[in-house]
Design a protein around this ligand. Structure first.
Ligand SMILES: Cc1ncc(COP(=O)(O)O)c(C=O)c1O
Length: 484
């Protein structure tokens, strides 16, 4: 054994400061700086159950992020944990590509009972971006590679591997990477899609394989399309003989009040991508679910069947967890709870918007997929810029929801965070098991925080950031915003 080795049984007992410093040294120093500014690194997490994370010092933090929608059942749900542990305890075969696991088989069977009619062919992988990659490859494959173009929506987020990134509408994420041929369109505008499809159909080099969409855009800031949009997109895809891929990675598994969000418009896509909460918040699993017509172009014969595979995709432990997760959704009536608690949350936030119009410009949401859009100009009213740093105000505006999240954590023990593609929006994604009292506590806390006024918020956060990271760091950060 190496003389500096730390054994696995000792890891949990090491001082937490070592964890933070090891992240800084070996993993992601930029992220550590960001988390330090929000005082997230002050929390040494000990355990997590349901909606609550408990720290070593005994702080009980309510999770209103749910790991971006991966914890719809809350943390460490006992039924999901038990299902995985049963597979392990009996030394059942977890991982083999040659020997077929009944857990993979029965997950496919059970999952296809819940998906729209006709969508019952499934490829299992380990993450959202992989599920999207497989969907894009399946669509290309379906047209034998003759259709090079994908259409996606502005501000969409479908993942960070090159294929999924090519249909992700964020310059910040895309810059410096080569991407596949893809064209963007405004989200929610079926007329714009029609024009794009018409234009492409006249050019033999711009043939479109598929349109990929989130039924409600998550990282764009919870953007809900007009009623009927998905149906119109489906119609256009049929008219132009183009496939429709719906990314339900964030909107699926009950987040918006139905198992899949496409059910709400009775739209049946050709391919659905799922991940996040499919593993019940315990296992890592993604799935690409397709119709027979599409699927058979990829997996029907021994020659082609290994074109898209994944070493760990569909392992028994993850599939057992997913079967159990689907059971929890049904057994605990979580769709119903999502509807009721979602209404409570949304109406409470709308009341806060009326009370604090200088702070909140819009509240959007369906079920428990909710975003609060802040009026970033409230920063101008703070009249607190103690430092003569050019660009500081821009940084503060960009980080307003981040500052609100940091204050919620520090003062009220609520875990919140912002959105990847829209920095004006605070994500409000409690787990679907959230209680009436927890939602009421969140609303009261936000009310109290906003009542303190913008100056208080800016003052506390700026002073903390300068104290932690130093003036020089803040200055160079501000400069990077000015360069943009
Ligand atoms: C809608 C959507 N699609 C795809 C992804 C990528 O999923 P993963 O991070 O598991 O690769 C995400 C992640 O946030 C997402 O929100």
């Amino acid at each position: 054994m190496h003389e500096h080795w730390i054994r696995v049984e000792d890891v949990a007992n090491r001082p937490y400061t070592e964890t933070v410093e090891l992240f800084r040294e070996h993993i992601n120093p930029g992220l550590v700086s960001l988390l330090e500014m929000g005082e997230y690194t002050d929390i040494n997490p000990k355990s997590a159950h349901g909606a609550i994370i408990t720290s070593h010092s005994g702080r009980k933090i309510i999770d209103f992020v749910s790991s971006y929608g991966a914890l719809n059942l809350g943390h460490n749900h006992p039924h999901v944990m038990q299902a995985m542990q049963d597979v392990m305890a009996e030394n059942r075969l977890d991982l083999s590509k040659e020997l077929l696991s009944p857990y993979t088989a029965f997950l496919a069977r059970n999952l296809s009972l819940l998906t729209p009619k006709g969508l019952n062919k499934i490829y299992f992988c380990n993450s959202g971006t992989e599920a999207v990659e497989a969907a894009l490859k399946l669509a290309s494959r379906c047209f034998k590679g003759t259709r090079p173009v994908f259409i996606y929506a502005d501000n969409a987020l479908h993942g960070k591997t090159i294929g999924a990134l090519s249909v992700t509408g964020s310059l910040r994420l895309r810059e410096h990477f080569p991407t596949m041929p893809a064209q963007s369109m405004p989200y929610g505008d079926s007329g714009a899609l029609k024009q794009l499809l018409q234009k492409n159909s006249r050019d033999q080099h711009q043939q479109v394989a598929a349109v990929i969409l989130e039924p409600i855009q998550g990282e764009a800031g919870v953007v809900i399309p007009p009623v009927g949009y998905l149906r119109e997109v489906r119609k256009l895809c049929d008219e132009f003989d183009v496939l429709l891929i719906l990314d339900e990675i964030q909107t699926g598994m009950g987040r918006t009040g139905t198992f899949l969000t496409c059910e709400q418009e009775e739209v049946v896509p050709d391919i659905i991508a799922m991940a996040k909460s499919l593993g019940g918040g315990v296992a890592t699993i993604g799935a690409t679910i397709a119709s027979e017509k599409v699927f058979k172009t990829a997996y029907e014969n021994p020659h082609d069947c290994l074109v898209q595979t994944s070493t760990f995709g569909g392992r028994a432990t993850a599939c057992a967890a997913a079967i159990a997760a689907l059971e929890v959704l049904q057994d605990e009536n979580l769709l119903e709870n999502t509807g009721t608690r979602g209404k409570q949350l949304l109406s409470g936030l709308k009341a806060l918007q009326q009370k604090y119009p200088q702070w909140i410009s819009e509240v959007r949401g369906r079920g428990l997929m909710v975003g609060i859009e802040f009026n970033v100009d409230v920063i101008d009213k703070a009249r607190y810029l103690p430092l003569k740093i050019p660009g500081l105000k821009t940084v503060l505006k960009e980080h307003l929801p981040g500052m609100v999240a940091a204050a919620l954590l520090k003062q009220y023990d609520i875990l919140g965070t912002l959105m990847l593609n829209n920095r004006a929006v605070l994500r409000v994604y409690p787990p679907l098991i959230v209680t009436e009292e927890q939602i009421a506590y969140f609303l009261d806390s936000l009310d109290n925080l906003l009542a303190q006024g913008p100056k208080e918020l800016v003052k506390t956060r700026v002073n903390h950031a300068v104290g932690k990271s130093g003036l020089k760091f803040i200055g160079s950060w501000a400069k990077s915003f000015l360069r943009k």
